[in-house]
Design a protein around this ligand. Structure first.
Ligand SMILES: Cc1cc2nc3c(=O)[nH]c(=O)nc-3n(C[C@H](O)[C@H](O)[C@H](O)COP(=O)(O)O)c2cc1C
Length: 339
């Protein structure tokens, strides 16, 4: 078996799955700046069972993205078994199990984060998935610090004998979803409990915070999520900071170039879609993230939220370039660092 988790140099700096965000174009722009691993949006094991065309579409990827791991969610071990086999057949470099999603449509159906509160079932799901992949690809899990009364420490003790490749812990409890500071102590604690790799999610919003997360927890890597919003280069900044103690912010002109490249990836992605405008509609919010904090951003955003093609993006980018002062265009843009 090729275990990408183990093979890649440490610390891993990779992009976590994000539903509604990490589509093909988004992954390509983040990969462009060197993410170690990328993930499509999570997919439902039930939807895979019913061969949902939309779900299969979400799992389309390109060779340049490798290593790429598919994350699956659900609540029935048998559906995980089937979905894991499908993901292996599709050529993914690993299968990741979601025990972290707090969204009512997932958790209320006993999936995602709720599985942290049902330890026997979560173990049965991991065992079914491990059996299904027959050692062909690594299996990993992503979870949270806690679900109601169950702490990730109990989960770690329950699964520490299983041949998992990685456990990624988002340091916020179910009740906080995405709000407040991430708890790094739980990640540090679990790193001492399990023999396999542990990666940290929820605090790496700046290069400094990523370094602190790694130093404090002893984790094998950081999973980037919202930090990539409008900043797909954040992984490279983290790597530079870890290697040299310093990193550069891009100029606004460079940010506009990245927006153009991202829009080009979206256009290329549209070619494979029945509803050819859908990827551009998804892209509208993403384009807005790039101008966050720029003087005049609200005007640019108002235009960017209406785009439906690369030509329209080009027209707006040209207008931004010609109406922006050279001082602003060539000034480094430090992104506001708050969520
Ligand atoms: C819009 C959005 C969608 C997400 N979707 C997923 C998902 O599909 N699977 C998953 O494991 N985590 C998902 N997450 C959680 C992130 O992967 C990450 O653990 C979390 O956002 C904490 O990291 P951050 O504070 O750096 O954003 C999502 C987060 C966001 C903001």
């Amino acid at each position: 078996m090729r275990n990408v988790w183990a093979e890649l140099p440490k610390p891993l700096i990779y992009m976590a799955p994000m539903s509604g965000v990490t589509n093909l174009a988004y992954r390509k722009i983040v990969k462009h700046f060197g993410a170690d691993i990328v993930f499509p949006e999570f997919v439902s094991t039930y939807a895979l069972h019913y061969n949902s065309a939309k779900t299969i579409d979400m799992l389309r990827y390109e060779e340049v993205e490798r290593p790429i791991i598919a994350q699956i969610f659900g609540s029935e071990p048998e559906y995980f078994r089937e979905a894991a086999k499908m993901v292996v057949d599709m050529g993914f470099d690993g299968v990741d199990i979601n025990f972290g999603c707090p969204a009512p449509k997932v958790a209320k159906n006993g999936g995602g984060c709720a599985l942290l509160g049902d330890l026997p079932r979560s173990r049965a799901i991991i065992e079914a998935t491990l059996e299904a992949v027959e050692g062909k690809v690594p299996v990993s899990v992503k979870t949270r610090v806690s679900y109601r009364d169950t702490h990730v420490r109990e989960f770690a003790h329950l699964i520490k004998d299983l041949p998992l490749a990685n456990l990624c812990i988002h340091g916020r409890p179910f009740e906080k979803a995405y709000v407040g500071a991430a708890n790094l102590d739980c990640i540090k604690e679990v790193k001492q409990i399990v023999p396999f790799m542990v990666t940290a999610s929820g605090n790496a919003h700046t290069p400094e915070a990523a370094k602190h997360t790694l130093d404090y927890t002893g984790a094998d890597g950081v999973a980037l999520a919202r930090a990539t919003f409008g900043r797909p280069w954040i992984g490279k900044q983290i790597r530079d900071y870890l290697n040299t103690g310093t990193y550069q912010e891009p100029t606004f002109a460079e940010v506009l170039d990245v927006m153009r490249l991202h829009a080009k990836f979206v256009e290329e992605m549209c070619a494979g879609y029945e509803d050819v405008q859908r990827p551009f509609i998804e892209m509208r919010k993403v384009l807005g993230w790039y101008v966050h904090g720029i003087p005049g951003a609200s005007q640019f955003r108002a235009e960017l939220v209406r785009v439906s093609s690369l030509d329209e993006v080009d027209t707006i980018l040209e207008r931004i370039r010609t109406t922006t002062t050279p001082e602003l265009l060539h000034a480094p843009i430090a992104h506001p660092k708050s969520y």
